[in-house]
Design a protein. Sequence first.
Length: 145
Amino acid sequence: MAATRTAHAVWEHDLLRGHGTVRGTSGALGEMPISWSARTEASGGKTSPEELLAAAHAACFSMAFSAGLGRLQHPPERLEVTAAATFEKVGDAWKVTRMDLSVTGKVPGISAAEFETAAQAAGQGCPITGALKGNVNVTVLAKLS
């Protein structure tokens, strides 16, 4: 079964002075303001495609990691994931160059080595990583609490 999720954006005016909004159509993500300066300078209470990508990756990774730990018979009590997307100018174009995932987990009965191995596997196996593969350097830093 395939699932399709939709978002909607509106942009007004030119890139540097313009502004817009983005929202998910499920109702879970309300309308959020976006601007070029929110992407490249201070966010000023606005979001950016890179922040939304990081949020998607953090959510995807946490699910993939939870599933992997479950298969190892060590379901997590809690996983805290931070994803940091780096957006920078490369040559003449802007590009997302890195996605750094950091996870701290409370997982009873697992060794630090098993936790690290499972984290790296989840980092490679999550569908958002798959979508970024070949274009964005993805790293995973895992810490057992």
